[in-house]
Structure formats: C-alpha cells, structure tokens
Design a protein around this ligand. Structure first.
Ligand code: PEP
Length: 256
C-alpha cells in the first residue's frame, strides 16, 4: 500500500484580515520547527483577500507551508461577479482549494453537480481540490451516513478519469461535528473514511484508492488529533476553529 503523508490543513473560514494573516502565518512558521515538515504537510486556507499576504511571506522566507483558497468558481473567467477562478488562485501560488465545504452546500445551496464542476475547474488549473463530504445529524441518527457520504463522493467525482481522481484529497466532515465541539469518535471517523476509500477502489481502482489522502474534519484539536490520524484510513485533518491560533495549530500539526 502506498505511504500517505499526513496533511493538516487550517481552514480560516471568514476570519483574519490580511494584516492579521501576516501575524498568524509568521507565528505559525516560528512555532513549528522545520523537522516536522518531513513527516507532515501543513497548509493554511485563508480568505481570498489574505492570499497575497500569505504568498509573500511563504516566498520570502521559503517557509515549507502551502496554502490555498476556500472555494472557486466552476468557470474560468467572465461575467461572474464576486467569483474567483481557479486560474486566479493558481497565479497566486495556491496548492489547494476547498470544494464542497458543508457551509457552501448549506448556506449557498451548492449541490453535487456544482461541486463536480468545481472539482473539474480546480484540476484544470493544477490545483488540488480538498473535496469535503459529510452527513448531517439526521442522517447519522438514521444510520444512513455511509451510504450518504459515498453517494456524495460519486456525485462529486462523476465522469472523472482515475488519473484525475488520484490528484484529489478528500475530507470527511460530519456536519454535526463542525464548529460544535462534538468530534466523531475515532471508530466513527475510520468507518466513513474506510468506506470512502473502498468506494474509490471499486470505481477508480486500487492504486487510486491507496494513494488518495482522506482527512477528517470536525472540532479537531490538539487533544484528539493524534488518535484520529492513527486510524488506517485517516490521513490528516481539516481544522477550522483550532487553526486560528498559530501556537495551538503548530502544536496540533506536531502531534499529528
Ligand atoms: C471546518 O469547517 O472545516 C472545520 C473542520 O471546522 P471546526 O474544526 O471548527 O469544526
């Protein structure tokens, strides 16, 4: 089986202006010694307005962190007021872009078809989509979470070639665990991450399934990250609230 290096990605959501972003990125670089980057990939996902500041710091200090956007347009350019294209993110040196976060699905009504178009747009521009999937509390209570998440995966990846699927990162984020302080138990996270990997194996083949990184997200903190990433099919974490404190986020990355 391919070795998968853990990835810890901090989703800042709509927090921190570009000046605050400079401070947080500098503190993060200072707090996380270089040796850790050999064993864990560290990324930050700031608001669009902060990306240029983060890029400047990363370039100037040759810091080994990577960064990306929290969303992108499915289109490449044109009359799409307020949208940001994959080409624009790529030009800013982004490695990643979050696609299908539950806050986009819920607040902005994004469905699997749109998520699929966004995944394709990201890949067209050489960005790695961090494709978020996850069930709400009602689905979990009905015991339908595995079917629900694999269906979301199928919809988001429909029609994609295995070569492209191999470039994607998945993030299993149960909606009931995001920003609530409730974390899925280690076995709950493993159950869904494993099911997603097996679905990749079935549809896109073993090498793709074994190579794709699957993150867990939902109230991840320093005190639960190590247990979560010990699971066979959990290859890191997508971290919201706990990524805003640079020292705390550095500690979390070191523990992963
Ligand atoms: C997220 O929104 O991606 C997330 C995981 O948030 P939190 O860690 O705050 O639950």
């Amino acid at each position: 089986m391919a070795a998968r290096k853990p990835l810890i990605a901090g989703n800042w959501k709509m927090n921190l202006n570009h000046l605050e972003a400079i401070g947080v990125t500098q503190k993060l670089a200072f707090a996380l010694p270089g040796k850790y980057y050999d064993v864990v990939d560290v990324a930050v996902l700031p608001p669009f307005t902060d990306l240029r500041s983060v890029q400047t710091l990363v370039d100037a200090d040759a810091m080994p962190i990577t960064y990306g956007g929290q969303d992108l347009s499915p289109e490449d350019s044109g009359a799409f007021t307020g949208d940001v294209s994959g080409a624009m993110l790529a030009k800013l040196g982004c490695t990643w872009v979050v696609v299908g976060h539950s806050e986009r699905r819920t607040i902005h009504g994004e469905d699997d078809a749109l998520v699929n178009r966004k995944v394709r747009a990201a890949l067209r521009h050489g960005l790695t989509p961090i494709l978020c999937l996850g069930e709400g509390e009602d689905v979990r209570e009905a015991g339908d979470h595995v079917r629900y998440c694999t269906a979301q995966l199928d919809g988001a990846l429909e029609g994609l070639a295995a070569d492209d699927v191999a470039k994607i990162v998945l993030a299993y984020e149960p909606v009931w665990a995001i920003g609530t302080g409730k974390t899925a138990g280690v076995s709950d996270a493993q159950e869904v991450c494993h099911a997603l990997r097996e679905r990749l194996r079935e549809v896109h083949g073993g090498p793709v399934a074994d190579g794709v990184r699957i993150l867990y997200g939902g109230s991840v903190k320093s005190d639960n990250v190590a247990d979560l990433v010990k699971s066979d099919d959990v290859d890191g974490a997508l971290v919201g609230g706990a990524s805003l404190n640079p020292e705390g986020f550095a500690e979390l990355c070191a523990l992963a």
